[in-house]
Design a protein around this ligand. Structure first.
Ligand code: T4K
Length: 366
């Protein structure tokens, strides 16, 4: 088998079996069972945040987080198109209108110098993305949000375990969402969570992910079903034990990539952000004026059985489903479009060997 863009981290078979063994005694498989509660406690400690609510996947975590803020329907939400489909869909599925802001070319996060020009009297929130695990300019976003009375919901799907100035990425804005999908630095097979400080949201978010059921005799909200089950939670409990080691291994791989590809004309690597402890989630490379185009590098790698990915091309503001939105159109976000046409995300996972990294770099440089 070739090399894919990533490969799920897994505990040993024995470790996972041990973790799920007691489910055959309890027969308690879902609906906020013991493992769900345990993982939640572990994550609140690890992420250093007062409240964590677990979900069956990251997308539903984000959708529910936005829903919990009860923003007026038709309100405008400033976000970026350089992201996975989920971010924009979560806004739109809440009856809100995405307004696309451009990104910075050095770390691909929202360009905060362009946010204020997009604010209208319809603007209700900002949904920035810590894309590839790069932290947005959280200070400036906080300042703008305070000035205009906007809510901030971070799509932190890529930023689990990242810290900025020693502060956990879970602590910025009103709410942050992490994805625990199989392809992420930390996974629960599928899964995700929402992190927040506001005590009054605990009950709301828990009810909302369980059909709005508030108690045995009361359904308080029009909720859905987005609960994480016990097998997912058990995977998370096991994977958390190995997380620091996994990140350390990723760091070595990223350093090798940087050593091999850094300083080459036409190859641009993501800026190393100051004051950020990275999780080494992705390794994006921009080919701009290089001897091969991004698509040529992609094909050369594919010919050798190496599966790089064009995350995040196409931009979400070019999706067919948003074609009729007046806010759509890649011409409104030229930096994001420039990047989307030139970026390639190289294979990265804890057990990728340095020999394979060298082989990938040889194909790119050859
Ligand atoms: N916001 C952002 C910014 C996101 O990036 C995402 C998800 C979300 C929100 C939503 O979170 P979730 O609801 O997904 O929790 C993948 C992931 O499915 C998705 O989670 C992720 N972002 C997105 C960036 O990438 P695909 O369609 O590229 O995945 P796929 O199936 O092609 O897998 C990529 C590679 O991963 C494979 O080549 C091999 C490896 N892999 C895959 C699976 C499914 C494994 O090793 N094990 C596996 O089980 O979307």
């Amino acid at each position: 088998m070739g090399i894919l863009v990533t490969r799920s981290s897994m505990p040993s078979y024995e470790e996972y079996c041990e973790a799920i063994k007691d489910l055959w005694d309890s027969h308690w498989l879902t609906n906020m069972g013991a493992k769900h509660k345990e993982l939640q406690r572990v994550l609140e400690g690890y992420l250093d945040v007062p409240h964590v609510t677990l979900y069956t996947n990251g997308h539903l975590a984000l959708e529910n987080a936005i829903a919990a803020l009860n923003l007026p329907k038709g309100g405008e939400v400033i976000t970026t198109p350089f992201t996975f489909a989920s971010t924009t869909h979560a806004i739109v599925r809440n009856g809100l209108v995405p307004v696309f802001c451009d990104i910075k070319e050095d770390d691909y996060t929202i360009d905060t110098s362009k946010i204020e020009a997009l604010i209208t009297d319809q603007t209700v929130a900002i949904v920035p993305v810590h894309v590839y695990g790069n932290i947005c300019d959280v200070e400036e976003i906080g300042r703008i949000a305070n000035k205009y009375g906007l809510k901030v919901i971070y799509d932190a799907a890529h930023a689990f375990a990242v810290k900025y100035k020693g502060i956990s990425s879970a602590c910025f804005g009103d709410v942050s969402m992490f994805s625990f999908h199989a392809t992420k630095v930390f996974n629960t097979i599928e899964g995700g969570c929402v992190c927040f400080k506001n005590d009054s949201w605990v009950q709301l978010l828990n009810d909302q992910k369980n059909f709005g059921i508030h108690g045995p005799d009361e359904v308080a909200y029009v909720g859905g079903n987005a609960k994480m089950n016990e097998f997912q939670a058990a995977m998370g409990i096991c994977n958390m034990r190995h997380l620091d080691e996994e990140i350390a291994k990723r760091k070595i791989i990223v350093e090798r990539y940087r050593e091999r590809l850094g300083g080459k004309e036409g190859i641009i690597l993501s800026k190393i952000q100051k004051n950020v402890e990275s999780n080494y989630a992705y390794f994006p490379v921009v080919f701009d004026g290089y001897k091969y185009t991004r698509n040529e590098v992609f094909s050369r790698l594919a010919e050798q059985g190496i599966g790089a990915r064009k995350y995040f091309y196409p931009l979400t503001n070019s999706f067919e489903c948003y074609r009729n939105y007046p806010t759509a159109g890649t011409e409104k976000t030229p930096a994001a479009q420039h990047m989307a046409l030139r970026v390639l995300t190289l294979p990265l996972y804890a057990d990728l060997s340095l020999e394979d990294v060298d082989r990938i770099c040889d194909v790119i440089l050859g």
